[in-house]
Write a protein that binds this ligand. Structure first.
Ligand SMILES: O=C(O)[C@H](O)[C@@H](O)[C@H](O)[C@H](O)COP(=O)(O)O
Length: 243
C-alpha cells in the first residue's frame, strides 16, 4: 500500500510528519516497548525535527535509532548524517534514545558496513531487522538511502548493510541499508519538498515501470509519502490522499 500526503508549505509538512511519527512511536512503544527507526540524511533530519523536537508526548528514551545510510566521515563532520540529526533533534531533547552510529573507520566503507551490520545483528538478535519505521529522502535521480539508479547495490540480496565507494552524490564513501532490510520494515515514509523534486516525484509515483530505487521500496507494511505542494505540483489529483 502506498499513500501520498501533501501539505501546503514545508512547515505544514513538518507538522504532519511530527504527528505521524509521534503516532507510530506511541503505537510501537505500546506494542513492544521500543520504537526502532532508521533515518536518512539530506534534508530529512531538519524536516523531521522541526516540530518533533518540541513534542513532549514522544518518549524518546524508548527510541532506537539507526541510520538508513551514512557517510564515511567523522561524526562531527559537516557531511555526517548523525551530526545533522544531532544538531536538529538529539541535542534538543532531554531523554536520550539508544543511538547506533557508524564506527570510526575513516573512509573504509567495507569495515564500516561490516561493523554496522554487526550492530544491527546485535540489536535485532540476529533476525533480519524489521524496523518500526524507516524514514527516507528522495534524491533528484530517484535514489534513496545510498542506493543509486543503475548501481549493482540495487541487486544486493545477502548483506544487510553494504559499502559504497562510488556514490554519485558526495561524499563517495558511504554505507547503506540494502533492500532486504528496507523491504522488511513495518513501514517506510518518504519525505520530500521543493519544486526541484516535481518531475522525479511524478515519475516515481505515476510511472512505476521505471523501476527507480525509490520504486523498489516495497516493504511488508505501508509506504507513506510526505510531500509539500511545491514537490507535488505535477501529480494527478487521484495520486494524493488527505492526511
Ligand atoms: O545521506 C544522504 O545523502 C541520503 O540519505 C540521501 O538518500 C538523501 O536522503 C537524498 O539524497 C535526498 O536528499 P535531499 O532531501 O536533501 O534532496
Amino acid at each position: 500500500m502506498s499513500v501520498t500526503y501533501t501539505f501546503p508549505t514545508t512547515d505544514a509538512l513538518s507538522d504532519g510528519l511530527n504527528d505521524f511519527v509521534a503516532k507510530r512511536s506511541s503505537e510501537a512503544i505500546a506494542d513492544h516497548g521500543a520504537f526502532t527507526v532508521a533515518v536518512s540524511g539530506g534534508s530529512l533530519p531538519k524536516l523531521l525535527s522541526k516540530e518533533l523536537r518540541q513534542n513532549s508526548n514522544v518518549d524518546f528514551s524508548k527510541w532506537v535509532i539507526f541510520w538508513a545510510d551514512e557517510r564515511c566521515v567523522p561524526l562531527d563532520d559537516a557531511d555526517s548524517n548523525y551530526r545533522e540529526l544531532k544538531t536538529h533533534l538529539l541535542d534538543a531533547i532531554d531523554s536520550k534514545p539508544e543511538i547506533h552510529t557508524i564506527g570510526a573507520f575513516g573512509k573504509d566503507a567495507e569495515k564500516a558496513a561490516v561493523d554496522y551490520e554487526q550492530q544491527l545483528k546485535g540489536y535485532f538478535k540476529g533476525e533480519l531487522p524489521a524496523f518500526d519505521l524507516i524514514l527516507l529522502g528522495m534524491g533528484p535521480d530517484g535514489h534513496c538511502c545510498s542506493l543509486f539508479p543503475g548501481h549493482p547495490l540495487l541487486n544486493e540480496t545477502s548483506r544487510w548493510v553494504a559499502p559504497i565507494t562510488d556514490s554519485p552524490k558526495p561524499p563517495p564513501e558511504r554505507i547503506t541499508l540494502t533492500y532486504p532490510v528496507v523491504n522488511n520494515a513495518k513501514a517506510v515514509a518518504f519525505v520530500t519538498a521543493g519544486e526541484g523534486k516535481q518531475d522525479m516525484l511524478q515519475q516515481i509515483l505515476e510511472q512505476p515501470q521505471l523501476s527507480l530505487p525509490c520504486q523498489r521500496v516495497k516493504p511488508n507494511g505501508p509506504v507513506f509519502w510526505f510531500v509539500d505542494d511545491a514537490a507535488a505540483g505535477k501529480l494527478q489529483k487521484q495520486t494524493i490522499s488527505k492526511y
